[in-house]
Design a protein around this ligand. Structure first.
Ligand code: IPM
Ligand code: MG
Length: 368
């Protein structure tokens, strides 16, 4: 049996900066907790396109297919627009997600009292917030056909995309959400736009039918996406598991991030179906993206990437205790006052990305 391979794709923008810190954390677990993994770094994104003429070079594609888990920084960035559309579509993040069949995207949102000040929401609204957005990741309007930009006979241009879901796609992600809810507080909120879209009508019917037939122990409710966006800032503590489609999940997770204090705090896991060996493809990445405006300054918050490592330890590496240890170390570093600029109160002095990484490592040494 070959050793457990982790494919690390630093990517573009602040990706390499946050991944450097996440990698130090992974290496701490290798050195100190006998984590038996091999780490390999591979080019991906706009930088890879510049050097190799491909966003996703063949060698990187082979490496992520062979890997037990993938850790990704971010893709896209300053010169992403200079990449021809075909090259971008052929190797971009939606393509990677789809080619590895990563249908389930998990975005946990947890508030930490030390970060209440960093949030735009009131303290009392933030108390007890602990929920997960389960986003369908390889269907819907991101992939639906027909799509394109065409020129009409009258010379006008028309851009179009298609929102589409089949019943099996809906049932697969709903099942995932119900099973996850069983390990939590057994509440699922399904989000759609059934008042306007047929794809939403089907979504709602299928989710409800699955709940009635197989998950009677789960409390299920449905919200329209506009109402959900409002509820996320009005009373985010009401949620346990939110299940929604690809584009609504994209939008709602950025919105929900403010409860955690900053988009820079959010980790994610994207999971494929379980195969006959009991394994599943898995990609871990911070939610924040490449943030070209702050890239290269060493100020990006690495905690989204570091907490993604915690998700990897729990979901791919069978190390739930180490995952909890890492989350506790992050909490302790924050409690002691370590703040990157995105979560720093005015008048206090922030630490750099590597300063934050070092603060987490110090707490790992102390707690581990
Ligand atoms: C995300 C991002 C991606 C998405 C982009 C980079 C394609 O915003 O992971 O939320 O829209 O899915
Ligand atoms: Mg997004």
């Amino acid at each position: 049996m070959s050793k457990t391979q982790i494919a690390i794709l630093p990517g573009d923008g602040i990706g390499p900066e946050v991944i450097a810190e996440a990698r130090r954390v992974l290496e701490w677990f290798v050195a100190r907790r006998q984590l038996d993994v091999v780490l390999g770094e591979h080019p991906y994104g706009a930088g890879a396109y510049r050097r190799f003429g491909q966003v996703l070079p063949k060698a990187t594609e082979d490496a992520i297919r062979a890997a037990h888990a993938i850790l990704l920084g971010a893709v896209g960035g300053m010169d992403a627009d200079a990449i021809p559309r075909e090259a971008r579509n052929a190797g971009g993040l939606p393509h990677v997600r789809r080619s590895l069949e990563l249908f389930a995207n998990l975005r946990p949102i947890i508030t930490i009292p030390a970060l209440y000040e960093a949030s735009s929401l009131k303290n009392r609204v933030l108390e007890g917030v602990d929920f997960v957005i389960v986003r369908e990741l390889i269907g819907g309007i991101y992939f639906g056909k027909p799509r394109g930009i065409e020129t009409l006979p009258n010379g006008e241009r028309r851009g179009f995309n298609t929102q589409t879901y089949t019943s099996s796609e809906i049932r697969r992600i709903a099942r995932f959400a119900f099973e996850l809810a069983r390990s939590r507080r057994s509440q699922v909120c399904s989000v759609d736009k059934a008042n306007v879209m047929e794809a939403g009508v089907l979504w709602r019917e299928e989710v409800q039918a699955l709940r009635d037939n197989e998950f009677p122990d789960i409390a299920l409710r449905h919200l329209y996406v506009d109402n959900c966006a409002m509820q996320l800032v009005r009373a985010p503590a009401q949620f346990d598991v939110i299940v929604t489609d690809n584009i609504f999940g994209d939008i709602l997770s950025d919105c929900a991030a403010m409860a955690a204090g900053s988009l820079g705090m959010l980790p994610s896991a994207s999971l494929g179906p379980i195969d006959q060996n009991g394994r599943r493809a898995a990609l871990y990445e911070p939610v924040h993206g490449s943030a070209p405006d702050i890239a290269g300054q060493g100020i990006a918050n690495p905690l989204g990437a570091i907490l993604s490592v915690a998700m990897m330890l729990r979901l791919s590496l069978g190390r739930p205790d180490d995952a909890t240890l890492l989350e506790r170390a992050v909490g302790a570093a924050l409690a002691l006052g370590a703040r990157t600029p995105d979560i720093c109160e005015p008048g206090k002095s922030p630490v750099s990305s590597s300063g934050m990484g070092a603060a987490v490592l110090r707490e790992l040494d102390r707690l581990g």
